[in-house]
Design a protein around this ligand. Sequence first.
Ligand SMILES: *Cc1c(COP(=O)(O)O)cnc(C)c1O
Length: 389
Amino acid sequence: MRDKYIPYGRQWIDEDDIKAVVEVLKSDYLTTGPKIKEFEDEFAHYVGAKYAVAVSNGTAALHAACFAAGIDTGDEVITSAMTFAASANCVLYQGGRPVFADIDSNTYNIDPQEIKKNITDKTKAVIPVHYTGQPCDMKEIQQIARENNLIVIEDAAHALGAIYKGEKIGNCKYSDMAIFSFHPVKHITTGEGGMITTNNKDLYDKLIQFRSHGITKKQEKYINQYQGPWYHEQQLLGFNYRMTDIQAALGISQLKKIDMFVQRRRETAEIYKRELCGIDWIKLPYQKDDRESSWHLYVIQVDEEKLGKSRREVFEYLRDKGLGVQVHYIPVYWHPYYERLGYEKGLCSRVEGIYEQIISLPLFAKLDKQGIDFVITVLNNYIKSGVLR
Ligand SMILES: *Cc1c(COP(=O)(O)O)cnc(C)c1O
């Protein structure tokens, strides 16, 4: 282990979080207890949605959303390839086919015109991903969805606290559902955890049933005859995607700090912008002005020509200096599993071109001034250090 190592992302857990978890451990319910609904209600309130459904992780949230959207064998769902594999895997879980639309070369978010080009009579839904926390062009996407009768599921795993046209991502003003992740590198954490938000009661009921085996205990919903107080029905094939009360208590406690977490990420992004804008081989993240990123990731583009060095050389140098940089993401369909399904290289030329040049710098709420300075110094010293020229 080096003296100094700064990961690209990590959690921030304080004494209040620990206390909240310990309290649940001493209570009657470790799972399926009161903390779940409390977390859901507070989360829904924070993002401005009617309903929220807590699940075991963000991937389960995507799967549940695809189920509730009615994605089925042969259906096509359009998403971005500049994302974590889960954004597309969820379509495969339901027997559907992910279709990758290319991105806008400035924002790296899915390009609404490319969505349009990829619509066929099999297209059932679209999953825009708010990459790095900058909201997608939701108004345009909603318009396309309405014209073509598509369901919109926002992959908002990067975007808790992000603002689009003055309102929070997750309020589902331009979509049917939005999903979030509470993995430790995301804005708030529950260890593992996820959430789906929606304003639609039908979708909400389906999500609730799906996360617990497809079982319902609601008498008015029974298909067969009620047989006594023990009675319940499994009406569809769901999963055990429940979150525990231990996780929910941590989530409630973390959510109290979300504004501070997002604020600190925004401040770090500002400092990076100010301090790195003078380095000619670095292209900084582009931000549209009708939206505010929640800054899950800080992604720079390496201008290999100006630098005379490859992205890989820069990356390895930064790792060697103790920066836990990462690349988000390898184009989804480049993975061997997707290749086996028949996806070929060249599908999204902008995604592929940008993938070759990007590096994610460390960015998380707990990153302090010393850490930020260290990142900036390492980058500034890159050319100066004779190692490279
Ligand atoms: C983290 C992430 C997910 C999945 O969340 P998990 O909680 O890790 O299952 C999905 N989509 C994107 C874009 C993510 O970054």
